[in-house]
Design a protein around this ligand. Structure first.
Ligand code: NAD
Length: 256
């Protein structure tokens, strides 16, 4: 898709103008943000759930069947994340934070790519893959590939427990700090950029709805429709995040 096609779409300039005029811009990101980094989304044509059973990320199942869960988790998140760096969209959001254009990111993603791109004002609503937690002691350790032994799919801690990735499984609560900060940023924002989320996973999905009910302008970047598109979205950019964010960046009218 060329720049010419993008610029011919006046909604792109409209979005750039809303971002330029924002006092407190917050981005809410979902799996689509990382699709062009090669990490598949959960749903959709090449979604993870076409290949794996969502049960592997259920906390009750994990406790009973750690080997089955870990085999899938390793393939889905650790192998892919290790191979795939932040994309052009992540890099634009990092640049916007440095320039003061973007105040905060609330991400549902656990892949660490906003951090790797350089963003530091980030609420990881569903935790992250950077750390492992020992299920016996609750101790956190940074992930290191050497925890995986060739003959055992389950990484084990030196304290006699098994490790679980420090991200939120189905059936677990949202980390308290991330929940608090996300609620605060959502209530403060006057423009929310909703990128690559179906809006199907609660309680995260309600944050854009709360922003909209507080009067924030909702700009959605998603090649498809989501639960937000025909309900709260003011400007829908039907493009891939890594393609459109660099173009929006060129169209910003910000005095620095
Ligand atoms: P989802 O998989 O349910 O939906 C992804 C959305 O992204 C869809 O609406 C799709 O149309 C859109 N999309 C696909 N490609 C895109 C692109 N290039 N640019 C912009 N949008 C694109 O994801 P969700 O709504 O985030 O919810 C699923 C849950 O899955 C989240 O809680 C998240 O924690 C988890 N998850 C995380 C990762 C990750 O960390 N990268 C990957 C898969 C799932």
């Amino acid at each position: 898709m060329s720049d010419l096609i993008h610029t011919a779409d006046e909604t792109v300039q409209k979005a750039a103008d809303a971002i330029s005029a924002a006092h407190h811009l917050v981005a809410f990101t979902g799996a689509g943000m990382s699709a062009e980094s090669g990490i598949p989304t959960f749903r959709g044509e090449s979604g993870i759930w076409n290949e794996y059973d969502p049960l592997v990320l259920d906390i009750g199942f994990f406790k009973q069947n750690p080997a089955e869960s870990w085999r899938a988790i390793r393939d889905i998140f650790y192998k892919k994340a290790a191979e795939n760096p932040p994309n052009a969209g992540h890099l634009i959001l990092a640049d916007w934070e440095k320039r003061g254009v973007l105040k905060h990111i609330i991400t549902q993603n656990i892949d660490d790519l906003h951090y790797q791109a350089g963003n530091r004002s980030v609420s990881e609503y569903h935790g992250n893959i950077r750390n492992l937690v020992c299920m016996k002691t609750g101790k956190l350790v940074p992930f290191d590939p050497s925890v995986f032994q060739d003959d055992d799919p389950v990484p084990r801690s030196p304290w006699g427990g098994i490790y679980k990735p420090d991200f939120v499984f189905f059936g677990e609560g949202i980390p308290a700090d991330a929940a608090r900060r996300s609620a605060q940023e959502t209530s403060q924002c006057d423009v929310m950029l909703v990128i690559g989320s179906t809006g199907a996973v609660y309680p995260a999905a309600q944050l854009p709805q709360l922003a909209a009910s507080n009067g924030a302008t909702i700009i959605e970047i998603n090649p498809n429709s989501s639960a937000y598109t025909n309900t709260i979205t003011d400007i829908h950019l039907q493009y891939k995040a890594a393609e459109i964010l660099p173009l929006i960046n060129k169209l910003l009218r910000i005095q620095e």
